[in-house]
Design a protein around this ligand. Structure first.
Ligand code: FAD
Ligand code: SF4
Length: 298
């Protein structure tokens, strides 16, 4: 917990309730609904590593305005500033293999975008290519033994779309603003959520004329993402190099983890039983949102 607090300060993470004037309107509807239903879980405006947000609503596909304090916009420039001359950044540089001798990493073989090969000698190598690519890199390097590429878990999400009478313009603001964790849950979270028009069209419930009708209601809609942690039973293996099948991913992600499953059986979510504030109509939709994390092998 102490290190988590230090990390929040270091990133840094800000209270969006205090610091952001552009919260997505559907999030406020969600908060009103939770209050009206007297739900006993924990609801809050999110904290995030976002500062001076302009409310464009593109957060999920990256912030073009540098307001999301990502590694690219924040951490790498800070590293160069704080350790002058010690940090060199190679963009468009693919790590192909981690070299090791006697169980210790000794360097990384990389490929630059113009085809040149690069070898970086190192006493310590930190693999941080994301859950899937890190696993593949370890496997390509013959590191991590049988553990590499196993134990992958995911967030499985099913957004519930609601149609309000009034215009909300939910696209016009921070993309995820409110969260709600039902009491006693550690594998289930609800979050307010909306998308720019193109992405929302992909996720919009209904086909053909229904879809057309629903899109015409775009300005009136808002979503609540119901996010459940999957079991950590996913596995990724390299496929055939040079083909479209360079990786094979298997994940039984749809099955909720035991804690969420148990709660579902004995206490159905009250949000499903009762209508939220604001007389919204429910529209059904289901989606698998993969945001993986893998077991890291050393
Ligand atoms: C659409 C979407 C929405 C999300 N929303 C949220 C959210 O709201 N809140 C939240 O907490 N999380 C969210 N997540 C999850 C979150 O983004 C990830 O958990 C997080 O980014 C993982 O960080 P990372 O540094 O481990 O990996 P990444 O952010 O994936 O970074 C890995 C980097 O390594 C690079 N790379 C990979 N392989 C190589 C290689 N061989 N050589 C060189 N470079 C390589 C990649 O290009 C990438 O830049 C979301 C994920 C997605 C996909
Ligand atoms: S809403 Fe998201 S994408 Fe837009 S400025 Fe704020 S952080 Fe960036």
């Amino acid at each position: 917990m102490k290190s988590f607090k230090r990390l929040r300060k270091w990133l840094p993470v800000y209270s969006q309730e205090k610091d952001n004037s552009y919260l997505e309107a559907g999030g406020t509807k969600m908060a009103e609904g939770i209050k009206e239903l007297k739900l006993d879980g924990v609801d809050a405006v999110v904290d995030a590593n976002i500062k001076d947000c302009l409310g464009s609503g593109y957060c999920n596909i990256g912030c073009a305005y540098g307001k999301k304090l990502s590694a690219l916009d924040n951490i790498l420039p800070r590293a160069q500033r704080d350790f002058p001359g010690a940090v060199r950044i190679f963009s468009e540089c693919l790590a192909e293999k981690v070299e090791a001798r006697n169980g210790r990493a000794t360097g990384v073989i990389c490929r630059l975008s113009d085809g040149r090969s690069l070898r970086v000698a190192a006493k310590t190598v930190i693999v941080s290519g994301g859950a899937l690519a890190s696993s593949l890199l370890l496997q390509r390097s013959g590191l991590g033994g049988n553990l590499a590429g196993t134990g992958l878990s995911f967030n499985v999400g099913a957004p519930l779309t609601a149609d309000f009478e009034e215009k909300l313009n939910s696209f016009d603001g921070l993309q995820i603003t409110h969260s709600y964790r039902p009491a006693g849950e550690d594998q289930l979270i609800l979050e307010s959520w909306f998308n720019p028009v193109g992405t929302q069209a992909l996720l919009m419930p209904g086909w053909f004329s229904d879809h057309f009708h629903n899109m015409r209601r775009y300005a009136h809609l808002s979503c609540i993402g119901v996010v459940v942690g999957s079991q950590a039973n996913g596995r990724i293996r390299p496929g055939v190099p040079g083909t479209r099948h360079e990786a094979r991913l298997r994940a039984d992600g749809g099955r909720p983890a035991p804690a969420a499953e148990g709660n579902e059986a004995r206490r159905p979510d009250p949000l499903r039983q009762r209508r939220p504030a604001g007389d919204a109509d429910d529209l059904p939709i289901a989606l698998l949102h993969l945001a993986g994390s893998g077991r890291r092998a050393r």
